[in-house]
Structure formats: structure tokens, C-alpha cells
Write a protein that binds this ligand. Sequence first.
Ligand code: SF4
Length: 459
Amino acid sequence: MQGSLDYSGSRPATMVKSKQTRVNVLLISTYEMGRQPFGLASPAAWLRDGGHQVTCLDLAVSPFPRAVAAQAEMIAFHLPMHTATRMAIAVLPQIQALNPNAKLVAYGLYAPINKKLLTESGVHTVLGAEFEADLAALADGVVPYGRLVKLNFKIPDRTGLPSLSRYAKLQIAGESRPVGYTEASRGCKHLCRHCPVVPVYQGQFRVVQSDVVLGDVRQQVAAGARHITFGDPDFFNGPTHARRIIEQLHREFPQLTYDVTIKVQHLLQNRELLPVLAATGCLFVTSAVESLDDSVLQKLEKHHTRADFLEVVKLCRSAGLTFVPTFIAFTPWTTLTSYRDLLKTLAEEGLDASIAPVQLALRLLIPEGSRMLELSDVLDTVDHFDSQALVYRWRHRDPEVDALSSRLLKLVDKLQKGNATRQEIFATVWQEASGAAPPEVYTLMPRATVPYLDEPWYC
Ligand code: SF4
């Protein structure tokens, strides 16, 4: 490959370089939360349509193929989330030593916000979250758009990826089922202060054409998927689009189940769609509740309240949907009292088995570009940017709160590795936070069996 790819992704798209011939491209995923990487399959379709040779490598489940990496002309890392970015930066020196001539690219949600560090680590081109056309342009020797363009998506090409049996499973009623993953939209029209989607999409979202979504689900069902995770940041950013897709899917695959992520505000605004979700096979709805303290919710600009959360719990229950809240348990405003109140409310609402245990221990992450840095009371707690961890380190004013969060993180990890049940972990966390076991009125409450994916959720 001629040396024509050494530019950042910020120059205009009009400057056309010489058309390249077939380029040997290696697409690498380091971690996609236990899913077969959509972020490799989607650009693979574009690159192969352009005549390029593509190898997809998922380092989460496959060994590092030295020979393939040594021969690639362009090596591109998908960075959809924080952990994946850290892992990619750790693997970069090995790639550079093996293949110093390869053009190194980083793309995905976490690439633009970490552009400086990625560039310092040797990455030549940093692309954004709408990356398919830009990657294809790079391989063609054309300057990429480097901005949020509206794409006519292609059905992801999953050829060569490890089988679905290698990834997270749905656990339901004592059975383990293969899970597929797709996206019906990208970005988000909201501007929640703590959210990593916001610095990149800035209130915009993109619909993925229905035929592309359905085509991707069909091929994963053919490959054995019995459940689909829709990875849209918020499935109800476009509720009409969402409804069309799930109704069509249910007509074609009446046994297929799925899960989605929807914010509390959208669940309330579209409450008439909750029975539609349940009737079309939705098993659970994940929702970034983040806090049960109204003053914290205001700081995070979540546009919901504690009362809204309680209403949504009831609405989902009466629709027959499992509600799976996620939280930022430890923020600069968390107190020992508010943390205990979180546990008590979850127990009262019968959510101790629905919540993934790691959610009880997560601490606010402040990556580069986070809107959290707009708040003076957050800035007061911030120490320095940790270029290994890719976050701003912050310290709670009350050292006891920080000590509890770090004890809980280790405790939850240890209990999960020991195969403790969610309710056992919840009770142990309660004991650690309160110094006493939870009252029997909670532990003896009957709990429905809750379906869940067996990959703990990290960000
Ligand atoms: S609704 Fe969800 S995806 Fe959208 S900005 Fe808020 S937290 Fe992020």
C-alpha cells in the first residue's frame, strides 16, 4: 500500500487521492461486552464490497495471529467503550513491533475523545462513531469525512467471526441460549451529562434502515441466535422505527426473544408501547436510572425523577417486562445514607435479582470530554487525568464513601467468581454497607426468575 493514509480524520472529504488497489485490512476488537463484534462485521461489509481483503479478529475470544498482523497493510481497532480502548492501547506496541509499516487506525465512540492519547500511542488516523464509509475511504486511499455523516448502512458481514456459541448467553429458566447483537439506531437525541455518547453525537441520532436491521437479525438467527440484544443507546429515540422492526421480527420469528435499552423518560412517554414490547418477545428492558436522588438526577440532566423510576417499575411489571436498572452507585454526591437508601429501595421494589451485581459498586467514570467537568463541585474533587486508566481520577469528600466503593467492587467480583446468586450478592453488599443483614421481610419475598445475559456489564 502506498503511504497515502497518514492524515487525521478531520480534513474535508473532497480531496481524493489515488484509487488504491485491494488492501489487506485487519479489523480488531478487544472487547465488546461478550458480544460477537458488530463493530467489525459492519465495516467488513463495506470494505469487502470495495474489493479489499478483510480479516476480523476478536481478541476477547481468539489468540493473537502474529502472521496475519504482520502482513496487514491497514490495522484498525474498534473502540466502542472504555475497557476496549484501554486494552487496544495496551496491545498497540506489540502490533507496532510486529508490523511497523501498517497504517494504524482507531474508530468508534471512544476514539475521538481519546484522539490525543491514541495519536501519541502511534495511531495514524482516528475516526469517529459513524465509521464504515470512512474506513472504506481510507482503504481506497480517499480522505475520510471524519464527521458524523448519514450513512446508508449495509448488512454486516459476519464471515470469519467466531461463532455465537463463544459469546455471552441468555440465562433463562435454567437454560442457556445463544445471543445475537444488532443496532437499530446509533447516537442519542439526549444530552445526559455523564454519558459518553454525548461528546460524540451531541444530541443527534441515526436510524439504521429496517431492511439492514432485519437482515442482520436473520443471519444471526440462521447462525443459532435465539435472543437478540438491540445495542441502541436508546431504543425509543425513534419509537415508530423500533415498533416496525420488532413487529416484523416477531411475525418472522415468533420464538425469538430480545432485550433493549430505554431511558425512564421514554418509557413513560411511550407507555402504550410497553405491552407491544412484551407481546413481541422482549424479555427485559435495561434503563440507565443512575441515581434515586432527585438532586443528583438533576445534576446528571437525566430528565427523570425518583418518582418516575418507581412508576416505570410498576408499568414494566404490569406489562410483563423485567426492568433492569443500571446505576452510578458512587458519585461525588453519594453519601453512606443515600447508598443504603438505594439498596433499601431496590429491595422494596423486588429488584435485587434484576440488577446486575456490578451495578451496586460502580463509580462515576469521567473520561476526556465528559460534561461532568462542567460542574464546579465535580472539578473540586478531580485530581488528575490518568492516561493508563483513560479517566480523570476523583476523590470523594468523605473517605469512608470511597473506601466502601472500593471494598464493594472487590467483594462483588469475588462473589461473582464464586458463582454466588444475585440475591446472595445483594445481601452481602447490604451487610457490608449497613453492618447488618437485610431484614427478612426483603430476603424472604418471593422473586420471579429473572432472565439475564451472563456477561457482567462494564463500561
Ligand atoms: S438517554 Fe442514554 S444514551 Fe442518551 S444521552 Fe442519556 S444516558 Fe446517553
